[in-house]
Write a protein that binds this ligand. Structure first.
Ligand code: F6P
Length: 322
């Protein structure tokens, strides 16, 4: 034991581009503040299994531009029960951890809240491409995932125009339509289907017909995974609209790739803010971006409120798609 504070960091849940930048910021800020640092491999599963790795400045060199999370992640069922949560708190005590930074989404925060109840000093950092946490204006990975979707949509549009076809592009987001809405706007989608807005097959057919009538050679429908499944919808639309509709599911491609400059900056600021919060005695809260500044909100506020539909953004996308 060095007698210094010891800050541990883990990544949890679905990986997101920019998580590495956040880990780097946690480690280097903690060292700058005179702390020891450890990374916990494979998220909460690694915590339960005691996978603690001491970090030095060079441990986080060369990772800023890398996608994924170099310390690994997991979705841990064991953290849903008291036995797992008690064991996790005991592991942190065994390794003399005085503060924990967890980087992930709402599931990560629920477990972190339980650790806080068990006396662990813990601060969250929002890392998820879904951008489904209302307390923060955006999450680490969302910007890069939008760019990936825009790039893929441009490629699909090339072949759609060549064959004069309609394509459905299914994107992630779980039960939240933010990723589909913003990437659909940015990619110029003709229709955007999200869980927050009811839709009818007949409306989609009418939109496709309107496009064809004004000489459009393609139609692009961006659908959130929480609103419909692309392949089933393609079959329905092929029948209802009377012409061939193809489907593309972008899947986990959306979670990979080098993080955008925005995500790297956001992750760097948030990782540093998490360490500063721990050193200031805060716990049971997550770092949020609010009006361009760093803020803290309780885990409960973060996991219990998803972003409400930004109706004006949806309406704008529909006006511009005409
Ligand atoms: O939470 C991020 C997310 O990418 C969701 O958008 C998606 O539904 C889910 O993870 C997929 O998770 P998995 O990789 O475990 O299948």
């Amino acid at each position: 034991m060095s007698g210094k504070p010891c800050i541990a960091v883990l990544t949890s849940g679905g990986d997101a581009p920019g998580m590495n930048a956040a880990v780097r910021a946690v480690v280097r800020t903690a060292i700058h503040q005179g702390c020891d640092t450890v990374a916990i491999e494979h998220g909460y599963e690694g915590l339960l299994d005691g996978k603690f790795v001491p970090m030095v400045l060079s441990s986080v060199g060369g990772i800023l531009d890398r996608g994924g999370t170099f310390i690994g992640t997991s979705r841990s069922e064991r953290m849903f029960g008291d036995a797992g949560l008690d064991l996790a708190a005991a592991r942190l005590a065994e390794h003399n951890v005085t503060g924990l930074v967890v980087i992930g989404g709402d599931g990560t925060y629920r477990a972190a809240e339980e650790l806080d109840r068990r006396g662990v000093k813990v601060i969250g950092v929002p890392g998820t491409i879904d951008n489904d946490i209302a307390a923060t204006d955006t999450t680490i990975g969302f910007d890069t995932a939008q760019n990936t979707i825009c790039d893929a949509t441009s490629k699909v549009r090339d072949t759609a125009s060549s064959h004069e076809r309609t394509f459905i592009i299914e994107v992630m987001g779980r039960s939240c339509g933010m990723l589909a809405l913003y990437s659909g706007l940015a990619a110029g989608a003709d229709c955007i289907l999200i869980p927050e807005v009811p839709w009818k097959t007949s409306d989609i057919c009418a939109s496709i017909a309107q496009g064809i009538a004004r000489g459009k050679k393609h139609s692009i429908i961006v659908v959130s995974e929480g609103a419909a499944h692309a392949f089933g919808l393609a079959e329905d639309l092929t029948e209802a609209c009377g012409h061939m509709v193809r489907a593309v599911v972008l899947g986990h491609i959306q979670r990979g790739g080098s993080p955008s400059a925005f995500d790297r900056t956001l992750a760097s600021r948030m990782g540093a803010a998490a360490v500063e919060a721990l050193l200031a005695g805060e716990s049971g809260k997550a770092v949020c971006l609010q009006n361009a500044d760093m803020a803290l909100e309780t885990f409960e506020v973060c996991y219990s409120h998803h972003h409400e539909l930004k109706r004006h953004i949806y309406d704008l996308a529909m006006v511009l798609a005409r």
